[in-house]
Design a protein around this ligand. Structure first.
Ligand code: ADP
Length: 326
């Protein structure tokens, strides 16, 4: 759904008027076109899914925007300095992380966002598939150029999970972070995060942070029984654009805290958002399966586990399952 230049300007005018009526005359002056042309643009926007009310002598007001992700809608009212400076929207691509990497290699600036209505090859960790059907989720990647020390890489996932948690909490929904990269609602996955970095041994030059959130799905394929969507939890559709804007704004705050070196506070907040501390777990990491008790999350974001022999193990990543009580 492409908008032409004048239609984009008109959408901006309507947005800026905050739901109040604006006269056709006012719009035609601002756009520098005739009243008839304004009427034509309004008709076009309606065809493209905008609901615009018109009342004689009062003018027009924006009632609802289409549930489609467009650059115009993402940028309308987005109050960030860096994140979302450039926004690219695709209707269907293999993976937003792949596209973001390609754009980053081509010189895209830090803060660029890549969004797709559908991913045909959405991915999770270790080449796993991420199911990303059209028009129901938020599938996007953020390109950042953090220049952080390489051993701080886990913090990119840490801040992202805190940001998504905060944005979902604002909808009145409680979530838990599942170490290291998932967000759960009552044990089911609502969001996955996949950070990919381009780094030297010392410095992270570029990171691509992929975020997949199940928003308005009514159901999931039986092969992913442990998935849930925000709609399934709260019983109604959630506005994807508003959620995305909230996430981008929060992301900028947390990214600034990360750049300011607030590692300790961030880990503490992260730790408090999990329910794994003190639990007996099995963790699969590489070819190993280790069982034991989670005693802490380290300052650097590692999971700290003590096995039954009292040995301490540290993990950067892995698949954790809670042990059933015998
Ligand atoms: P984890 O870290 O939980 O092992 P990943 O982050 O690598 O998983 O995500 C991939 C896994 O998530 C898949 O193997 C599948 O089980 C599950 N999955 C795939 N798509 C979705 C989705 N849209 N919502 C929730 N879970 C999904």
């Amino acid at each position: 759904m492409e908008l032409n230049k004048k239609e984009i300007e008109l959408v901006k005018i309507l947005h800026n008027n905050n739901g109040k009526f604006i006269s056709g005359e006012n719009i035609s002056d601002t756009l520098g076109v005739s009243r008839t042309a304004v009427w034509k643009y309004i008709k076009n926007l309606r065809k493209k899914g905008y609901i615009i009310e018109s009342v004689p002598r009062r003018g027009y007001h924006l009632v609802e925007v289409p549930d489609k992700i467009t650059v115009t809608e993402v940028l309308a009212g987005l109050k960030t300095n860096l994140i979302g400076k450039e926004v690219r929207v695709f209707s269907s691509i293999d993976s937003t992380n792949n596209k973001a990497r390609e754009l980053a290699k081509g010189g895209a600036s830090g803060g660029t966002i890549v969004i797709a209505e559908e991913q045909t090859g959405g991915k999770g960790r270790l080449g796993r598939k991420w199911y990303s059907p059209p028009y129901t989720g938020l599938w996007f990647s953020v390109i950042v150029r953090p220049h952080l020390p390489s051993n701080r890489a886990p913090f990119l996932t840490i801040i992202t999970s805190l940001v998504v948690k905060k944005a979902i909490n604002k909808l009145g929904i409680e979530v838990l972070i599942k170490w290291p990269n998932d967000i759960l609602i009552r044990g089911k996955k609502v969001c996955g995060i996949l950070s990919e970095i381009m780094a030297t041994p010392d410095v992270i030059n570029t990171a691509i942070i992929g975020i997949g959130i199940n928003v308005n799905q009514d159901s999931f394929p039986s092969k992913i029984p442990l998935a849930t969507s925000l709609k399934q939890v709260c019983g109604h559709n959630v506005n994807r654009i508003e959620l995305l804007q909230d996430i981008l704004m929060e992301f900028e705050n947390y990214y600034n805290r990360l750049k300011d070196g607030c590692y300790r506070d961030l880990v503490t907040e992260w730790k408090n958002s999990m329910d794994i501390l003190g639990k007996e777990v099995d963790i699969v990491a590489g070819n190993e399966i280790i069982s034991g008790k989670v005693v802490s999350i380290s300052r650097r974001g590692e999971l700290v586990l003590i096995d039954p022999d009292g040995n301490k193990h540290l993990f950067w990543a892995g698949d954790v399952t809670l042990r059933q009580k015998d």
